[in-house]
Write a protein that binds this ligand. Structure first.
Ligand code: C6P
Length: 441
């Protein structure tokens, strides 16, 4: 499976012969019993950054939807990689390169298992959700889109799931169609049904909205699209940190996410794609690693997944993502989900009790994101005053400008909760907002 020339030289090597001993934290974690309840003090102790102070107060980090903090096991794993395992992958005949390659490919298999993908060929490493979507839009679009075809997205998409499709539509003459959302921030499924037509060549929808927290009915969307032989891409950037994803049970064609929102490193993302689609699609970037043979007349391409991984990949980030997966699985998806649901219910109750505060996004099914506006104030001012109290929230349009236009607002204040947040932190947020409103109104 590795680079052609390597195959001829390397002896088969078992994992145990690598004798990797980096991970005191990870192996300790592996032996711990999985518990259904999350031990919040232990979890917090795993995240070095949470010990920081901000403006002379313990930091209250409520911006994990933008990027989560990292447990020590992820940081240490990457440190170990650079100190002990680094060499370029798939290229060297020497032992160190093979060790780096093994660590990198083990990370791919960890992602395969994390998503329950049928094969590791279906796991493409990218720089993040944005690059994964650009890859599909460009590669799928160049092959399958033509004048008059349609790409179906929704009104709650992140710019990353709008702009790449606009670019390919401009090049091919295809059109972008948009499923609207209701006042609560839910997709209007009757409109989805009407917009899904024989002209639709691909559906691209967000699993969980970063701005509203809405959890979309993606299984229904996939089934309805498949009933008309239309493939579906799901933007899972905000879903993987919060819930178990099973790409085979979903029968999804493409599922994309970023490592940095799920406790892993920045600059690393995943494109899951069904092998049949990835096989049929042309390469995205050209360069080293993605080729089989090159002459000035013609290039033939490498097999999956390497066909889509041009150039030297980010090996340290891949092993960091592997460590993040191990950490999340050790805590357990059920425990993470239960903890975050508790925080969401608590935060919603407390925040909506504040006079004049309006939550944007009140869907029945929500993840741990609370976006809000307060009559007579600008989100930026609230965010800046919260920052002075050591509370980090995101303010603005959250890269969903069309969605903000839909609600007639310039942006929101967004608090997003992760497995390491507490109700005490939500109390601080509520007190902080009240203090801000006293100053602003
Ligand atoms: N949303 C937020 O604060 P990248 O930047 O490629 O890792 O992820 C892009 C992206 C795509 N889809 C969704 C649903 C997202 O939430 C994001 C990133 C961050 O909400 C930064 S804008």
């Amino acid at each position: 499976m590795y680079h052609m020339c390597l195959k001829n030289f390397l002896p088969l090597r078992t994992k145990s012969s690598l004798n990797i001993q980096y991970n005191a934290t990870i192996s300790m974690n592996k032996t711990k019993e999985k518990t259904s309840l999350l031990d919040i003090n232990k979890v917090r102790a795993d995240f070095p950054l949470l010990k920081r102070e901000m403006h002379d107060q313990p930091i209250v980090f409520l911006d994990s939807a933008a990027s989560s903090q990292k447990p020590a096991s992820v940081i240490e794993r990457m440190d170990y990689y650079y100190k002990n395992q680094h060499a370029n992958v798939h290229r060297g005949v020497y032992q160190l390169s093979q060790e780096a390659t093994d660590a990198f490919e083990e990370a791919r298999r960890a992602v395969q298992s994390f998503l329950n993908a049928a094969s590791d060929k279906e796991v493409i490493f990218t720089r993040g959700t944005t690059e994964s979507i650009n890859l599909v839009a460009s590669s799928f679009g160049r092959k399958y889109l033509k004048e008059g075809d349609e790409v179906l997205i929704s009104a709650m998409e992140h710019h990353s799931n709008i702009v790449p499709w606009q670019l390919i539509c401009e090049q091919t003459g295809a059109h972008l169609k948009v499923v609207p959302v209701n006042d609560r921030g839910e997709l209007i499924m009757e409109d989805f049904d009407h917009l899904l037509s024989e002209r639709t060549k691909i559906v691209a929808m967000v699993h969980i909205s970063n701005a509203l927290g809405t959890i979309n009915p993606i299984k229904t969307i996939i089934d309805k699209a498949h009933a008309k032989n239309i493939p579906v891409l799901i933007d899972g950037a905000q879903a993987v940190p919060h819930q178990k994803i099973d790409v085979q049970a979903l029968d999804v064609d493409f599922y994309v996410f970023s490592a940095h929102k799920m406790l892993g490193p920045t600059g690393m993302g995943v494109l899951y794609g069904k092998e049949s689609w990835l096989d049929a699609m042309p390469p995205y970037h050209g360069g080293g690693e993605m080729i089989k043979t090159v002459t000035f007349e013609k290039t033939t391409f490498n097999e999956l997944p390497f066909k889509f991984e041009a150039g030297t990949p980010d090996m340290a980030a891949a092993v960091g993502l592997h460590a993040a997966i191990e950490y999340m699985e050790q805590i357990g998806h059920d425990a993470i989900q239960a903890h975050e649901a508790d925080l969401l219910a608590y935060g919603t109750e407390k925040l909506q009790a504040i006079d004049g505060l309006r939550i944007i996004g009140t869907a029945d099914k929500k993840a741990s994101v609370i976006s809000f506006v307060v009559e007579g104030t600008h989100p930026y001012d609230i965010g800046a005053i919260l920052d002075q109290q050591g509370i980090a929230v995101r303010t603005g349009h959250h890269c969903t400008q069309p969605l903000m236009d839909r609600y007639g607002i310039p942006g929101t204040v967004r608090a997003s909760f992760a497995l390491y947040n507490t109700k005490e932190e939500i109390d601080k947020l509520v007190a902080g907002v009240q203090r801000a409103l006293k100053m602003l109104l």
